[in-house]
Design a protein around this ligand. Structure first.
Ligand SMILES: [Fe+2]
Length: 134
C-alpha cells in the first residue's frame, strides 16, 4: 500500500504542502523497499533520508509558527519531537532486528498514518492561522 496525495491533505500553504509531498515520497520509497525485501543497508538509507528530511521540514514549519506567533506552538513542537523519536527508534529497530514484518507494520502505523492525521488536524490548523494572520 502506498500513501497517495489528495486534496484532503492540502493545507493551502505552498511550502508546507510541497514538503509534505516530499515526505510522502520518502515514506513510499521506504515502504517499496520493505515490500521488495531489500536488506538492512538499503532500508537504512531510506530511513536516514526520511530522518533528515523530517528534521528539515519540522524546522521550517516551526520557524513559521514562531514568525506568526502560533499559539499552539509548544504542543505542535512536542508532536514533532515525538515523531522524530519514532523515526530514530525505527532505525535502531532495523539495525537490531533487520527488515521484519513488524518494521513494515510500524512504518505504516507510526510514520505514514501518523503523518496523514498530523497534516489533517495540526498542520491544517497551522495553515489557517497563517492565512488569517497574513
Ligand atoms: Fe507539523
Amino acid at each position: 500500500m502506498r500513501y497517495e496525495w489528495d486534496k484532503t491533505l492540502e493545507t493551502g500553504h505552498e511550502m508546507i504542502d510541497s514538503q509534505h509531498k516530499q515526505l510522502f515520497a520518502a515514506i513510499n520509497d521506504l515502504l517499496a523497499k520493505c515490500e521488495e525485501g531489500k536488506g538492512t543497508d538499503e532500508l537504512g538509507k531510506s530511513l536516514d533520508f526520511l530522518n533528515d528530511y523530517t528534521i528539515k521540514h519540522f524546522f521550517d514549519e516551526e520557524k513559521l509558527q514562531q514568525k506568526y506567533n502560533y499559539p499552539d506552538y509548544p504542543n505542535h513542537k512536542q508532536y514533532h519531537e515525538g515523531f522524530k523519536k519514532t523515526v530514530r527508534d525505527l532505525k535502531v529497530q532495523l539495525i537490531m532486528k533487520g527488515p521484519t514484518a513488524e518494521l513494515l507494520q510500524e512504518v505504516h502505523s507510526k510514520i505514514g498514518d501518523w503523518l496523514v492525521s498530523h497534516i489533517k488536524v495540526q498542520d491544517s490548523k497551522l495553515a489557517a492561522h497563517i492565512k488569517a494572520a497574513g
